[in-house]
Design a protein. Structure first.
Length: 195
């Protein structure tokens, strides 16, 4: 605002639409663009348009891909499906050692406050993938919407005779019990396992 030129103001506004980017950070990004070489700016702009036009959802699991089927669905055959809220959750889980399952992305969770019910996320598509599946890992976030969604899907799976499991929740490795909140401690005690 103030003495900024229109094109800069539009760029700042565009950057500020990104999650976690406020006005000050957006201004720093815009000024950085001005300092970049022309070819770097062109490459940046090309990458933005390329990702928007080339990336789509896998026809099987709903993950990000540039082809009809993502690399995970192409390369893995499994009797276990791990259900996640968003494609970015797959990236986090893939960092674990040797995941031996395939994924299913819901693209949201059940949230009555936002008028999003079971028919608004990819539950029907999950049910269509259960032939030969022995277990479904429900890896939605441990928040209210994630819990509601996991419980809803677990009930459906139970009626179909498919084992449903939930990611364990509780105390983080390397943390102190004294700093854990009541809900986290309760879930940790509920999800305890024999050693």
């Amino acid at each position: 605002m103030g003495n900024t030129v229109d094109s800069m103001e539009r760029l700042i506004y565009s950057f500020s639409k990104l999650p976690g980017v406020g006005r000050k950070t957006a201004e720093r990004y815009a000024y950085k663009v001005l300092q970049m070489k022309d070819e770097d700016v062109q490459e940046f702009a090309c990458n933005l348009t390329s990702v928007k036009s080339n990336v789509k959802f896998c026809s099987i699991c709903g993950n990000f891909t540039e082809s009809d089927v993502c690399n995970i669905c192409k390369s893995r055959q499994s009797k276990i499906i791990c259900v996640v809220k968003e494609p970015k959750d797959i990236i986090a889980i893939e960092k674990s050692k040797n995941p031996n399952f395939v994924y299913h992305v819901l693209h949201g969770t059940i949230n009555p406050m936002e008028n999003r019910g079971p028919n608004d996320i990819r539950i029907k598509e999950l049910l269509g993938r259960l032939d030969g599946v022995e277990e479904v890992i429900l890896a939605t976030n441990p928040d209210v919407e994630g819990e509601v969604t996991a419980n809803y899907i677990a009930k459906l799976l139970k009626t179909l005779g498919v084992k449903a499991t939930r990611l364990a929740t509780g105390i983080q490795m390397g943390s102190d019990l004294q700093y854990a909140d009541e809900v986290t401690l309760t879930k940790a005690l509920e999800d305890r396992k024999e050693i």
